[in-house]
Write a protein that binds this ligand. Sequence first.
Ligand SMILES: Nc1ncnc2c1ncn2[C@@H]1O[C@H](COP(=O)(O)OP(=O)(O)O)[C@@H](O)[C@H]1O
Ligand SMILES: [Mg+2]
Length: 399
Amino acid sequence: MDNPFIIQRDILFGEPFCDREQEIERFLSAVRMRESICLISPRRYGKTSLLNQVAGKLGELGWLTAKIDFMQALSEIELAKEVERTRVKLLGVWRRAVQKLGKSVKGLKNTKIEVDFEDLHFSMGLGGSNESDGRALLEESLIRLRELPEKAGMPLLIYLDEFQRVREIDPKGNLEAKIRANFQKRSKDFLPMYLGSRRHMLQMMFADKSTPLFKSATLLSLDTIRIDRFVSFADQQFKRSLKGYFPANFATAMGQFFHGHPHLLNKTSAVIWDICLREKIQKVSKDICRRAMTEVIREETDAFLEVNRKTPRRHMSVLRQTAGRGTVPKPYSTEFLRACNLTQSQMQKIIDALVSDDRVLRDDTGLHIVDPLEELALKMIGSTPEWRSELIDRLLEEA
Ligand SMILES: Nc1ncnc2c1ncn2[C@@H]1O[C@H](COP(=O)(O)OP(=O)(O)O)[C@@H](O)[C@H]1O
Ligand SMILES: [Mg+2]
């Protein structure tokens, strides 16, 4: 039996997905208005999974949809290849849709796309391309993608995932200018959506007057999931698969401990589910919850330390002190400077660097850690397994 709690990858349409009805509705109404949205949240909040659900629903309404993942692309030529791969895949989807629906469907204007020699040549040529012509090839691939809805006679939604990569690849913004120039010529049946995890950078890309993509998408934040929704979702999955039972008090305590963090909650549920299957247990107990939570926390903390091996010690100390306090109202106070063992000017430099790296956030109330996953790991560094276990025990005892 497969574990219904999907981890390590985005959740596809049709797979168990918790909450988010409102967000899905918001996207569907944006689609009807042909409004582009840039969805921002820390990593692992479920942005990609959410757009997969939206895309799935649009597929049922006769749309072509595709994700273009910018995460792995390190250069323009790699971006061009990714765009082209997507386009070729879409042609396949379109062909299958035509076969299935036939001419009888009203919305389907075209039933045949002439794939000319030029087009094939372009696609195949990309395989052996080198860096020097990256920009031109990317432009060409974007034009071909943009023209697809007209050729196919079906509207197309693409979601550009980890879109901040564009700025990372080209900090001067020329690439954004190219994308803007291209998308400006789009028909109403070509709709781009943007996703990303670097708030600071994405805000600069879409909300700064001097940048090419200024105002070309509405910025939206994705929040964590609602705890009551998680509680019923988890119980429902246990019922369906194991004919089991996940008591609401434990699920609520877990939801509160992880502050509704989708990845942490789904991953812990996956571990709990696996223990129940292995040990043939139908009712989730306090002990199982504690074991699963302790394991997830340990794994997340180890992963954090591994990724941060090269983070300077001083940066780490500011991060840890901030995480321990939740909010630092006065980061330049003598007390905080002393706790971090820094001078005021050192602190200023470090905070500036951490803000522009999207690791801390400065607002009216003070300094905070941006990513709750990081905050949790920072708090847990150095604590013994026994201490963690006791902490969780106490939490579940009160549940
Ligand atoms: N709505 C949800 N219901 C259940 N699990 C979720 C949900 N959203 C996210 N997750 C969990 O979080 C993980 C990361 O989701 P993903 O869509 O990749 O996030 P992001 O794109 O924001 O980094 C998934 O593998 C899944 O375990
Ligand atoms: Mg994602």
